[in-house]
Design a binder for this molecule. Structure first.
Ligand code: PMP
Ligand code: GLN
Length: 382
C-alpha cells in the first residue's frame, strides 16, 4: 500500500532564504540575500562562551532560561523602555526569535482563530499560524511600505485572536513610531486581541529616531509578547538565541508550550550573554555601525538603475528594479545571482498574494565594506 501523506502545509516550499543562499553558493555570488553579517563577533563574547564551557556550564539550563540572563534582560528592557518585567515570571530565553514566535502561536492560537499578518511579512509567521489550525488574515503595508491602520482595523473580527507587528520591519526597512503604537493601542482597546511585537531589530533604528517598542505603552504590553534576537544585536545569527517578554499570565501559557518544544536553550551561550549584555556599551553603537553601512550602500547604488526605498531601520535595503526589467522578482533575483554575481531576496515570497506589477528586491547590508563595495560595483553594471 502506498503511503498517503496529507501535508499540513501544502502550499509551503523551502524558505526563500535557503533557496537564495544555495543559489549564491552554487554561482559563487556575493550573498546580500539571507540576512546575516559576514564579519566576526566580538572576541570578548566568544571568550565568554569558552570560559563558560570550561567552567562546566554544559548541562541543561533552567527551562525558562538562566536567571542571571533573565535579570540582565529585564534590567536592559527597563533601562531602554521604562518597564520592569519580572525576570522570574515574565522573561523567557528562546532558540532565536523564531522559536519564540512559534511557541507563542502554539500556546495562544486555537483552531479557527484569526491572526492578522501584515504583508510583506517575515516568512515564519503564517505557516506557524496554519500549523496550529489558525487562519492567517493578510493585510498589506500601505503607501511607502508604512503600516496601514485602516486596513488592519478593517481586518478585525470577533474571531481575531492575535495581531502580529514588526518594527523595524523586515523586509520593508520602515519603522513604527510612537504615534503608530498609540493608534494600535486605541484599536485594540476593549478587545481580547493579543499582540506579537517582533522587535528583533530594536537596535537598528537610524537617523536619531528612538525605537518605538510596544513595551513603552502599558495598554499594548499588557496584551503583548515582545520578541527579540541576540543574533541581530551581536552579529551572531548562527547562535539562534533570543527571548520573549510578556506579562506573567501570558508567559505562564507560553512556558507550557516552550517546555515541550525545546525545554531550554544553550547553557554556555546564556552565561556568556548574561555577562556581555550587562554592559550597555556592548550594544549602544550598533545602530551607528549599520547606519554607516546603509549609507555606504545607498551612496554606491546611486550609480545604478535601482531605485532605493527609504530605509529607516533593520539591515535591509529594498530596491525597485522597474527601470531595469519587467521580469517577476524571483526570476530577476535568480538571474542577477547567476549572471551578475549578487544574491538578493525577492519580496514576493513575503506576501500571501504578491502584486503582479511589484518589482522589488531586498539587499542585506550587514556586510564588510569591501563586500558591499564589490556588490555595488556589480549591481551598477546591470
Ligand atoms: N523576525 C524577523 C523580522 C527576522 O528578521 C528574523 C530573522 N532575521 C527573525 C524574526 C528570527 O530571528 P532568529 O534568527 O533569532 O530566530
Ligand atoms: N531573518 C533572516 C532574513 O530575513 C534570515 C533568517 C533565516 O534564514 N531563516 O534574511
Amino acid at each position: 500500500m502506498p503511503l498517503t501523506l496529507r501535508s499540513k502545509l501544502p502550499d509551503v516550499g523551502t524558505t526563500i532564504f535557503t533557496v537564495m543562499s544555495q543559489l549564491a553558493q552554487e554561482h559563487g555570488a556575493i550573498n546580500l540575500g539571507q540576512g546575516f553579517p559576514d564579519f566576526a563577533i566580538d572576541e570578548r563574547l566568544s571568550d565568554l562562551v569558552h570560559t563558560a564551557m570550561r567552567a562546566g556550564h554544559n548541562q541543561y539550563a533552567p527551562m525558562p532560561g538562566l536567571p542571571a540572563l533573565r535579570e540582565a534582560i529585564a534590567a536592559k528592557a527597563e533601562r531602554l523602555y521604562g518597564h520592569a518585567y519580572d525576570p522570574g515570571s515574565e522573561v523567557n530565553i528562546t532558540a532565536g526569535a523564531t522559536q519564540a514566535i512559534f511557541t507563542l502561536i502554539a500556546a495562544m492560537v486555537h483552531a479557527g482563530d484569526e491572526v492578522i499578518i501584515v504583508d510583506p511579512a517575515y516568512d515564519c509567521y503564517a505557516p506557524a499560524v496554519e500549523l496550529f489550525g489558525g487562519k492567517a488574515v493578510h493585510v498589506r503595508l500601505g503607501a511607502d511600505m508604512r503600516f496601514d491602520h485602516d486596513a488592519v482595523a478593517q481586518a478585525v473580527t470577533p474571531r481575531t485572536r492575535l495581531l502580529m507587528i514588526n518594527t523595524p520591519h523586515n523586509p520593508a526597512g520602515t519603522i513604527l513610531r510612537d504615534a503608530d503604537m498609540k493608534r494600535i493601542a486605541a484599536m485594540l482597546r476593549g478587545t481580547d486581541i493579543l499582540l506579537l511585537s517582533d522587535e528583533v531589530y530594536e537596535h537598528l533604528v537610524f537617523d536619531g529616531e528612538p525605537h518605538a517598542s510596544a513595551i513603552n505603552h502599558p495598554e499594548l504590553r499588557e496584551r503583548a509578547f515582545v520578541v527579540f534576537s541576540f543574533g541581530k544585536v551581536f552579529h551572531a545569527t548562527g547562535w539562534k538565541m533570543g527571548y520573549a517578554l510578556a506579562p506573567k499570565e501570558l508567559m505562564a501559557e507560553f512556558r507550557k508550550a516552550h517546555q515541550f518544544n525545546v525545554f531550554s536553550v544553550s547553557t554556555p551561550m546564556q552565561h556568556a550573554l548574561a555577562a556581555y549584555i550587562a554592559d550597555p556599551s556592548n550594544y549602544a553603537q550598533v545602530h551607528a555601525l549599520y547606519q554607516a553601512k546603509r549609507d555606504r550602500f545607498a551612496e554606491g547604488m546611486r550609480g545604478s538603475r535601482f531605485r532605493l526605498l527609504p530605509c529607516e531601520g533593520s539591515y535591509f535595503q529594498t530596491a525597485d528594479y522597474n527601470a531595469i526589467s519587467d521580469e517577476g522578482d524571483r526570476a530577476f533575483a535568480e538571474r542577477v545571482t547567476r549572471d551578475h554575481g549578487v544574491a538578493s531576496i525577492p519580496l514576493s515570497p513575503f506576501y500571501k498574494q504578491p502584486r503582479a506589477d511589484q518589482r522589488l528586491l531586498r539587499f542585506c547590508f550587514a556586510k564588510r565594506d569591501d563586500t558591499l563595495d564589490a556588490a555595488i560595483e556589480r549591481l551598477c553594471r546591470i
